[in-house]
Ligand binder design. Structure first.
Ligand SMILES: [Zn+2]
Length: 223
């Protein structure tokens, strides 16, 4: 036999009905045979070798998701496991060092993609980045009324003396988070990127408060 398809590729094809994919301009063709199609994200469609990682590999493509804010978490998790399975180190024990190295790099990237896409604010930030919008760390663009409200809530967390008080604050903040997340979905739907950006900044503040409450509750339970 001149050429046999490695087992992991046929397996991947069975469980994942991807069409052949011609990759974006960042993909210069297979490093081994120069072919320009892949059988899925990871392997050359012609020689079956694991492909190089393009500089701007897209997390949504990588985990077979539509490029949108709304996400089906169980489906995302399923594709994460499929992807990790495809590049699992055990499957590369008989291959060259270069292939082993590529498999491990793909694996890290898959982890990073899953971490990013599974978290609301990180997914939102990533989607904004794909649209050319970066959120800076300073708060110069944030609404002053909102900032004042956050200072107030933080003070009330500071002053809370019982777990019950903390719970009440947490419930209010959780409700704000739910409402804001829903609004964020709409902003992305109608492609209002500036509003989406503001919502993500606010969400981050609210999530930080939830974290502070969690830590304080833990301190209460220890004393
Ligand atoms: Zn190839």
């Amino acid at each position: 036999m001149m050429f046999s398809i490695p087992k992991y590729i046929t397996h991947w094809k069975l469980i994942n009905k991807f069409n052949l994919r011609t990759l974006s301009n960042s993909f210069k063709g297979c490093w081994k045979c120069n072919h320009s199609e892949t059988s899925n994200n990871f392997f050359c469609a012609s020689c079956g070798v694991i492909r190089d990682i393009p500089a701007n590999e897209d997390f949504f493509d990588l985990l077979n998701q539509r490029k949108q804010f709304k996400i089906d978490l169980p489906k995302l998790t399923q594709h994460f496991h499929l992807a990790q399975n495809a590049v699992h180190p055990d499957k590369f024990s008989q291959t060259s060092d270069k292939e082993k190295d590529l498999a491990s790099k793909w694996s890290s990237l898959i982890n990073k993609a899953f971490k990013t896409l599974s978290k609301t604010t990180d997914r939102g930030k990533y989607l904004l980045k794909l649209n050319g919008i970066v959120i800076s760390e300073d708060n110069s663009t944030i609404d002053q009324a909102f900032l004042l409200k956050m200072i107030e809530v933080n003070e009330s967390v500071d002053e809370a003396e019982t777990t019950n008080e903390l719970e009440t604050i947490r419930n209010n903040v959780a409700q704000d988070i739910d409402e804001l997340t829903e609004a964020l979905e709409t902003f992305f739907d109608v492609k209002d990127m500036e509003a989406a950006k503001q919502a993500i900044i606010r969400l981050k503040y609210l999530q930080n408060i939830v974290e502070t409450i969690k830590e304080k509750k833990l301190r209460f339970s220890l004393t």
